[in-house]
Design a protein around this ligand. Structure first.
Ligand code: NAG
Ligand code: NAG
Ligand code: NAG
Ligand code: NAG
Ligand code: NAG
Ligand code: NAG
Ligand code: NAG
Ligand code: NAG
Ligand code: NAG
Ligand code: NAG
Ligand code: NAG
Length: 355
């Protein structure tokens, strides 16, 4: 009796010690913002050849255009465009965070076909983007071996809305290949191995698991989109574009233009409005969205700042005049004078000690 209790305690201790030593990937993505939602991306590849249209259906993406935008493909690309085996297609998904984890927000739903098991659905049909246990857990399936043809399940894909050190990023689920390393994956996506390890709550390569999704934060272009805009946060990674403001505005992100979102009036028919509202710049009547003007202190441009159900917001980029000190400048002045005061106090204390 006594012995078995001690043995149990010992085993528990040893077990938790082992757990704290190695933190293998779980396939879950950390998403700390409670109740936050955003757009996230998953990298899908299939062993069999397929088409963009099939991928759109599988992931319940409303418009084919969203897939074209995420992959920087021309708008004219047809839905039957072939996708080769192992070709990776970026699929945008709506993300919802709760309980510290991010999962695709109640989409996609999959209908079971003859021969499917939860394992096949997760690891083959959805290209190992999630663990099959996740399907049973979130759909309250008590016995995963008892699934019926025609039954519908929600496929909770991993995603996140977290910022990275205060910077906006677009999270991308990358399925780890056998034999790859954090360093290689980081180099492929323009980040570094330490960041990847931290975001995924692992300490290094030994904990990287093949066929598990890895959370890759993709740097997004900085934008002036207001947080109350209907498309906020607008997080576009390198080499992607996005039609927004009911199709009236086309924004794109290109690392080669200094990671700044560039938006312009689109040539498409508006979706909810009769006509597109004027994109005249607030604060500069002669300027329109994407126009640039030169002032004595350098260029100022009219940037897209989001939209509401009635209007499109714009903002004039701050001018570069040294004496015009916007709020940002004021804050940094405050910060530097604060550190100056701290240095003075420390010097004074040091002198006191010497006496
Ligand atoms: C990170 O991993 C450690 C060790 O496995 C675990 O205790 C902790 O809960 C994890 N943190 C998050 C946010 O998942
Ligand atoms: C939240 O997480 C805790 C612990 O991980 C778990 O017990 C609880 O069931 C989760 N709640 C929901 C709503 O998923
Ligand atoms: C791929 O093709 C093979 C042979 O046609 C088929 O048995 C298998 O189910 C397909 N896999 C997927 C994920 O569609
Ligand atoms: C699973 O059960 C929990 C708790 O009863 C519930 O909140 C949740 O909505 C259920 N999920 C599904 C997909 O039915
Ligand atoms: C998918 O299934 C989930 C859980 O059963 C449900 O809450 C959701 O409404 C379904 N979504 C669609 C688009 O059918
Ligand atoms: C990142 O790579 C460097 C250089 O290869 C290595 O020294 C370091 O341990 C790696 N860090 C992680 C977290 O893998
Ligand atoms: C939105 O931005 C305004 C000003 O920039 C700020 O005061 C407000 O707290 C922000 N709201 C949210 C929900 O982040
Ligand atoms: C941005 O995307 C382009 C085109 O895919 C690529 O050539 C370039 O290397 C990428 N740059 C960065 C910094 O990711
Ligand atoms: C690129 O952007 C940064 C900050 O957004 C700015 O400080 C820098 O001057 C810009 N560089 C060029 C070449 O425009
Ligand atoms: C400003 O933009 C509008 C519409 O985008 C365009 O018609 C106009 O020619 C531009 N003006 C200048 C000065 O660039
Ligand atoms: C805009 O949205 C608000 C609330 O979201 C609603 O009260 C208003 O009627 C809408 N206006 C139009 C023109 O749709």
């Amino acid at each position: 009796m006594e012995i078995s209790r001690y043995t149990l305690t010992f085993l528990l201790l040893a077990f938790s010690f082992l757990l704290s030593l190695s933190a293998l990937m779980t396939g879950d993505f950390i998403c700390s913002g409670s109740e936050s939602t955003c757009r996230s991306l998953v990298g899908f590849s299939s062993k069999n050849a397929t088409t963009l249209g099939n991928i759109q259906t599988l992931f319940a993406v409303k418009k084919l255009r969203s897939i074209l935008e995420a992959n920087n493909l021309p708008l004219s690309t047809p839905r039957d465009r072939r996708v080769n085996p192992n070709e990776v297609v970026r699929v945008p998904i709506p993300c919802s965070c709760s309980n510290g984890t991010g999962v695709s927000n109640r989409v996609p739903n999959y209908t079971v076909k003859a021969g499917d098991t939860l394992f096949v659905i997760a690891s083959e049909i959805y290209g190992a983007l999630l663990r099959y246990e996740k399907i049973s857990e979130l759909n309250n399936i008590s016995d995963p071996s008892l699934i019926k043809v025609g039954q519908r399940f929600w496929i909770p894909l991993p995603c996140s809305c977290d910022k990275l050190d205060g910077q906006d990023v677009a999270h991308y689920a990358h399925v780890v290949k056998q034999g790859s390393s954090l360093g290689e994956i980081a180099a492929q996506f323009g980040t570094d191995n330490t960041t990847l390890a931290r975001v995924n709550n692992i300490t290094g390569d030994p904990e990287l698991l093949a066929d598990y999704p890895l959370n890759v934060p993709l740097r997004a272009c900085s934008s002036s989109v207001r947080n109350d805009s209907l498309d906020a946060p607008l997080l576009l990674p390198n080499s992607s574009y996005f039609y927004t403001a009911n199709n009236c505005i086309k924004c794109s992100c290109d690392a080669s233009s200094n990671w700044t979102l560039s938006c312009e009036p689109s040539q498409l028919k508006p979706s909810k409005w009769q006509t597109c509202p004027s994109s005249r710049c607030e604060g500069a009547e002669s300027l329109f969205l994407s126009n640039t003007t030169s002032t004595s202190c350098g260029p100022r441009s009219c940037a897209y700042a989001g939209y509401s159900n009635q209007t499109i917001f714009t903002t004039l980029s701050p001018d570069a005049c040294p004496d015009s000190g916007g709020p940002g400048n004021y804050a940094s002045t405050l910060r530097s004078s604060f550190s100056f005061v701290m240095v003075l106090i420390q010097c004074a204390l040091f002198c006191l000690c010497l006496l």
